[in-house]
Design a protein around this ligand. Structure first.
Ligand code: PAF
Length: 283
């Protein structure tokens, strides 16, 4: 596995690969790799001959009161995991290499980015869209793999790629879960044992929603309210938002119509750790 830190060198390496007709897939991460990231690499390997992983903790997607400075950065460990997973190139630039002095152009994500995580984290998706665009320009992949765990991020990126005619296939990969059902996340390391146990309520909520929809209930707002109450009853947790949305527009759906796709979005706090989870349901 080759480690590259300079955008120009990464672009030169990719240029050669493309001349040799190599199919390239990229997995973008902020490091602190876990099983979820490794499943993205596996997916990338299944569709491309060359896999690039990027590790970059992007300052532009963190708010001033968020955990940018204490975000875990175990680089040596990450590099070992990436190598073992079969990554061919690890692109790990410094913030100065990505945002050199004078940098001033950003992508403004549209309406999909406004609710939910967008409301809670103003500017977050503009930061994501900007860095994803830059990383696509630097790694020039045929495909880019993103986890469904960050469903709103995935929707923003899909929309952006379509809107800006970016020539790349965006491939999604399912949420990876711990035994308890808790979605794996780099931030899970901040959870105490009790909080971790309680946090599985997000997954229990998703399962409960599935059972209610199987009964052909159409009152999505009421189901979401029941899940919210379920999270409220959990000692270590408090809900942030629970809502069904139309999967394309990310607009809240109150009532289900037949033959449609709705995504249940859940965000909740376990202590000071904010967790998100989601599932797509078909009616
Ligand atoms: O999902 C993430 O880890 C980040 O938002 C991403 C896509 C790597 C952009 O910084």
């Amino acid at each position: 596995m080759q480690i590259i830190t300079e955008p120009g060198l990464m672009q030169a390496a990719v240029e050669k690969l493309r001349l040799n007709r190599q199919r390239i897939a990229v997995v973008m991460t902020m490091g602190a790799l876990h099983e979820g990231h490794l499943s993205l690499v596996e997916k990338a390997r299944s569709i491309a001959g060359t896999v690039i992983m990027t590790i970059f903790v992007n300052p532009k997607q963190f708010g001033p009161d968020e955990d940018f400075h204490r975000y875990p950065r175990p680089f040596e460990q990450d590099a070992a995991h990436a190598k073992a997973a079969g990554v061919d190139y690890l692109f790990a630039p410094s913030p100065e290499a990505v945002y050199p002095e004078g940098f001033q152009t950003t992508i403004h994500a549209g309406a999909i980015a406004e609710g939910f995580e967008g409301t809670k984290r103003p500017g977050h998706f503009n930061g994501v869209a900007t860095v994803v665009t830059k990383l696509l320009q630097i790694t020039k992949p045929h495909a880019a793999i993103f986890g469904e765990k960050d469903a709103q991020q995935l929707a923003v990126i899909l929309r952006m790629v379509r809107d800006l005619n970016i020539d790349v296939d965006i491939v999604s990969s399912p949420v990876v879960r711990e035994k308890s059902g808790l979605a794996v996340s780099s931030r899970n390391i901040y959870l105490s044992r009790e909080q971790r146990e309680s946090a599985s309520v997000l997954f229990r909520g998703i399962r409960q929603a599935g059972m209610e929809l199987e009964k052909k209930r159409t009152d999505l707002a009421a189901i979401a309210e029941e899940i919210r109450a379920m999270i409220e009853r959990e000692p270590e947790c408090r809900p942030d938002y629970v809502s069904f949305v139309d999967d394309r527009s990310f607009i809240t759906a109150e009532t289900a119509e037949p033959e449609r796709e709705y995504r249940l979005l859940i965000a909740a706090w376990a202590g000071t750790v904010r967790l998100i989870d989601n599932r797509l349901f078909k009616t």
